[in-house]
Design a protein around this ligand. Structure first.
Ligand code: SF4
Length: 306
């Protein structure tokens, strides 16, 4: 961990503005029959057709600013420069941000506008640019990143997603993203289908995390303890072990790396429509959290603690 690696990052500056523009163009072309995520809706988003996520051509930003509630290696001194995107390619019945993810509350931003948001976060002293729920807006994000890079952006880029990713989209992000922060929500397809509308989620998230790890490796922090590159997995413990925590931890340790940095989150509460889906209509118990933490520890993973 740590050391003098900070000079090599962020990755996208090495790639260069011309390549970023090519990637943005390639991504935009895929909006004509959208297959940006594994739903592969096939709708023409450039002609106003809407798929499952309901996102259009332009990025919708619901909020942005320095955020101090993220994991400590992302926050550092200046906070994580979060940009929250509206809509989501997952349809979780217990979403804690449903006005944004289901309702699409946000402002449409141009390429220049999004680039300026990134540069503004850098001017405010943020440690990174943290793209929250970016999957369905990868084309406008890449276009804005090229613009911002051309104008001096030099912060690490964090891709903070639900883990339901298409391999072709991850290929566009190879050499662009410094820190991947996917959720790993469920180990069962039946449960993922029932509560998030994505029954192939376990297969897709596993191959996505493998690819993310291939691109960026284990989490690396600089001399101040701030993350500059690598993988950080978030896992929310669900009531009655609906998430399959032990199996997920085993996968991370055995198929990714025993050094995987994992945040096992204990803050589940029944938001949005969760009251209609017992046992999601209650909080997790202390015993459920204890078992989940024990499973993570058993596999020797790097477990994040607040
Ligand atoms: S990004 Fe949206 S429109 Fe495109 S495939 Fe995924 S859910 Fe469908």
């Amino acid at each position: 961990m740590g050391g003098n690696a900070s000079n090599q990052y962020p990755a996208y500056r090495q790639l260069g503005v011309a390549v970023l523009r090519e990637r943005a163009q390639g991504a935009r072309e895929r909006l004509t029959a959208c297959n940006l995520c594994p739903h592969r809706c096939g709708v023409n988003r450039l002609e106003g057709e809407l798929g499952i996520c309901r996102a259009g051509e332009w990025a919708l930003v619901s909020d942005y600013g320095p955020h101090f509630g993220e994991e400590a290696p992302l926050v550092g001194r200046g906070g994580s420069g979060t940009i929250f995107f509206a809509y989501c390619n997952m349809k979780c019945v217990f979403c804690q941000n449903c006005e944004i993810s289901w309702g699409g509350a946000g402002e449409k931003v141009s390429t220049e506008g999004l680039a300026e948001i990134m540069l503004g976060l850098q001017r405010r002293g943020c440690e990174n640019i943290n793209l929250v729920t970016p999957t369905h807006f990868v084309p406008p994000i890449l276009a804005a990143l090229a613009e911002a890079c051309d104008n001096g952006l030099h912060l690490p880029l964090v891709y903070n997603c639900g883990g339901y990713e298409a391999m072709e989209t991850l290929a566009l992000l190879d050499g662009v993203v410094d820190i991947y922060m996917p959720d790993f929500k469920y180990n069962s397809g039946e449960i993922a289908g029932m509560y998030s509308g994505a029954s192939d989620y376990p297969d897709r998230v596993k191959e996505a995390i493998q690819e993310m790890y291939r691109q960026v490796g284990d989490l690396v922090v600089n001399e101040r303890g701030v993350a500059i590159r690598g993988l950080l997995v978030r896992h929310l413990v669900l009531p009655q072990d609906l998430a399959g925590t032990a199996e997920i931890m085993a996968f991370l340790a055995e198929e990714i790396s025993p050094q995987t940095f994992v945040n096992v989150m204990d803050q589940y509460y029944p938001a949005y429509r969760a009251h209609r889906y017992p046992p999601l209509n209650r909080r997790t118990t202390r015993e459920e959290i204890r078992k989940a933490m024990a499973a993570a520890r058993r596999h020797g993973l790097r477990i994040y603690r607040d």
